[in-house]
Design a protein around this ligand. Structure first.
Ligand SMILES: *Cc1c(COP(=O)(O)O)cnc(C)c1O
Length: 451
């Protein structure tokens, strides 16, 4: 379905952002529309909300594509692999494929969706700390490019699935002992968390021995993913040094020179103006220099670099649009309740992330009030954004838009309270296109076969 929304193309009456309004975390295409609305990809948000209903998720296709191009330009010699767990649907798989990226998946489901959409399996990397037998079987059957071994158990299990005479390319996920990331739940580079094999206790080295002893497995390199929402280059450099150290030991002990090195993702984006984001160009410069120096010191050839950004590709391309259902003024607070919440965006509840919703779709009073934007779900903790400033005339029927909604919202969404998950539309060149329809009660009850 393709709908052209009005005549507000890039050459239409969209205005540049008003002075004083910081739209830096919004998609680059975001523009003011006469009457107080914002347009993304040339599509006014209020028109999109009327047409597709709310809550609504909007992806700016050009923003996704331009972020892919930024990575390709910064890392021309590397494989850039989009982490599908941030958000995946068929269209996103196509966009990143067309931009020349690979795909990082963590389940047979993500893998099947990508491959049935035409994603070349050899550009796909399979991750997971506890891959199911089905995940591994599907990966071997479809011929994924790399399987990242995450535990000792997986080595023999995977080797047993590889047909005699074949060799499955694998990498080994190493825990470099580097602490980085925006929240304890997403720090994955330290010992004693569930991902990877430790360098410090020798389990990474032991796993290397075992993988090299399996004729069905071809070890192409080491992998690490130190965490998510990492704002500085430093921890990547620290991790890189340790991985080069292990590569040198593998060469010394086994005479094997590994041709690849995967530094994972985790590149931070700003959710509110003024928050730090990881500078991709600075990352590229430092990593390239460190890789060249470190490998020269260890007398190793420079391996092919692999990167796995998820959030930084899709997060800032997404906007969530909600409708206000009630406004409740208590003695101490103003609670603005919208028609979505923790089931489409669990991140505030999971990690305490702060968002900055904006009233869209109408002119509003200049006077501001501090309010809590809460969701519709039956938990007092269903707060989308606490203590945010909104026009003090906010009322039922209004639209609130939340920027930086593209990553880890819908991919983590649930059907809590049996409310169907929101639709996803793509916007580009003043046209909106439905990518994923709203989940209906029939979708949900179809699985309920027991009465
Ligand atoms: C989550 C994850 C990523 C992507 O993380 P972002 O923070 O979205 O960039 C990349 N690689 C692995 C192994 C991951 O688990």
């Amino acid at each position: 379905m393709s709908l052209s929304l009005g005549s507000l193309g890039p050459s239409g009456p969209a205005l540049p952002p008003a002075p004083g309004e910081d739209l830096s975390v919004w998609p680059a295409s975001t523009a003011h529309v006469p009457g107080g609305d914002l347009a993304v990809g040339g599509v006014p948000l209020a028109e999109a909300a009327d047409r597709f209903g709310t809550p609504l998720y909007i992806l700016d296709e050009d923003e996704v594509r331009s972020r892919c191009r930024t990575y390709k330009a910064a890392f021309p010699d590397a494989d850039v692999v989009y982490a599908a767990k941030a958000y995946l649907c068929r269209a996103v798989a196509r966009w990143v494929r067309e931009e020349g990226l690979g795909l990082d998946v963590v389940s047979a489901g993500e893998l099947e969706l990508a491959v049935t959409t035409g994603f070349p399996p050899d550009r796909i990397v399979l991750h997971g700390n506890a891959k199911s037998p089905q995940d591994l079987r599907t990966a071997v059957r479809l011929g994924v490019g790399r399987i990242v071994i995450d535990s000792g158990t997986e080595i023999a299990r995977l080797a047993a699935l590889v047909p005699p005479g074949d060799r499955q390319k694998v990498m080994l996920r190493v825990v470099p002992g580097v602490s980085a990331g925006g929240h304890a739940a997403v720090r994955t580079g330290t010992d004693d968390q569930k991902f990877g094999l430790s360098l410090t206790d020798g389990s990474a080295q032991h796993a290397v021995d075992r993988v090299l002893g399996q004729p069905g497995l071809a070890l192409t390199g080491l992998h690490c993913h130190i965490g998510s929402q990492v704002t500085t280059v430093k921890p990547y450099v620290a991790a890189l040094r340790r991985l080069i150290g292990l590569m040198a030991r593998i060469r010394d002990q086994h005479g094997v020179v590994l041709p690849e090195l995967d530094l994972g993702g985790g590149h931070a984006v700003a959710y509110r103006p003024g928050e730090p984001a990881l500078d991709i160009t600075a990352l590229a410069t430092r990593i390239r220099a460190e890789l060249a120096e470190g490998c020269a010191r260890a007398d190793l050839p420079v391996p092919r670099l692999i990167l796995e950004p998820g959030r930084a590709v899709i997060g800032p391309a997404g906007v969530a649009v909600y409708r206000v259902l009630t406004v409740k003024r208590t003695a101490g607070r103003t609670l603005v309740a919208v028609d979505g919440g923790m089931s489409d965006n669990p991140r505030p509840a999971l990690y305490g992330v702060r968002y900055l919703p904006r009233l869209v779709g109408r002119e509003h009073s200049a006077a501001r009030a501090l309010v809590d934007v809460v969701g519709r779900y039956c938990e007092a903790g269903d707060v989308l954004a606490a203590d945010v400033s909104l026009p003090d005339d906010v009322r039922p029927g209004d639209l609130l838009a939340v920027p930086v909604a593209g990553a880890y919202h819908l991919s983590m969404a649930s059907t809590y309270n049996l409310v169907g998950r929101p639709p996803v539309i793509a916007v580009s060149a003043a046209t909106a296109r439905l990518l994923v329809r709203r989940e209906s009660l029939a979708d949900m009850t179809a699985r309920d076969v027991g009465a």
